[in-house]
Design a protein around this ligand. Structure first.
Ligand code: BEZ
Length: 221
């Protein structure tokens, strides 16, 4: 029987757990293809427009967390519907006025190709600008997380770092992470899926068990 293919996008929206939509784009670092990043995690993020104040604070924030992201094998890739000349002028201005060097590539998505592929334009907010979207793509190029923020609200860099830490911890240790989890906090052991496993879970030692379905453990020591 032929296997049903699940499309990577539905109604122009990408889907978690599916291969990230592939693209080739012009950037401030030359032409890049998403597939060039295989083996690294990628944060693909959009902003509404160059030379706008909230976006400027976000760009400084992304530049400041870049060293921490690199330690987690994660690269940044920005995008807006502005030209490469505008991007270059803006990052030069940020360095001159704010003293922050932005040295991750920024896609000049003038024909909205990548924005359409990833559903970055929210026509209810703006038909000509991308919203504040974040797509986390893992080292196998699977889309792992999406964050969408409106034009008026700058994103939280700590949350973006925390999200990468949480996803990589879940992958490495086969665990989940509770609300407000931070590295060093206890993690959640995924709930048992059979009655027998539930009974086993009740006998498990060295864990913080509230009930059969709710057990935490430390990853330290
Ligand atoms: C800003 O980055 O400041 C901004 C951009 C678009 C709409 C509103 C604010």
């Amino acid at each position: 029987m032929q296997e049903m293919m699940t499309p990577a996008t539905t109604n122009g929206m990408p889907r978690l757990g599916m291969p990230a939509p592939q693209f080739q784009a012009q950037t401030t670092h030359g032409t890049i293809r998403l597939e060039d990043y295989k083996g690294s995690w990628v944060i693909l993020f959009s902003h509404p427009a160059d030379f706008t104040p909230v976006c400027t604070t976000e760009f400084m924030g992304f530049a400041q967390i870049q060293p921490e992201l690199r330690k987690m094998n994660t690269e940044l890739l920005g995008l807006s519907i502005d030209s490469v000349y505008s991007h270059i002028a803006w990052v030069r201005n940020i360095e001159e006025k704010m003293g922050v060097k932005v040295d991750f590539p920024i896609i000049a998505d003038l024909n909205k190709e990548v924005a359409s592929l990833y559903g970055m334009i929210m026509p209810g907010e703006s038909k000509t600008e991308t919203s504040r979207c974040v797509f986390v793509i893992d080292d196998k190029q699977v889309l792992r997380a999406m964050i969408y923020y409106p034009l008026t609200t700058g994103r939280n860099m700590d949350e973006i770092l925390r999200l990468i830490q949480a996803l990589q911890t879940s992958d490495a240790k086969s665990v989940a992470t509770p609300a407000n989890w931070r590295p060093g906090d206890k993690v959640i052991i995924p709930p048992p899926l059979t009655q027998e496993a539930a009974e086993e879970r009740m006998k498990m030692t060295g864990v913080e068990r509230t009930d059969w379905y709710f057990t935490k453990k430390s990853l330290e020591g």
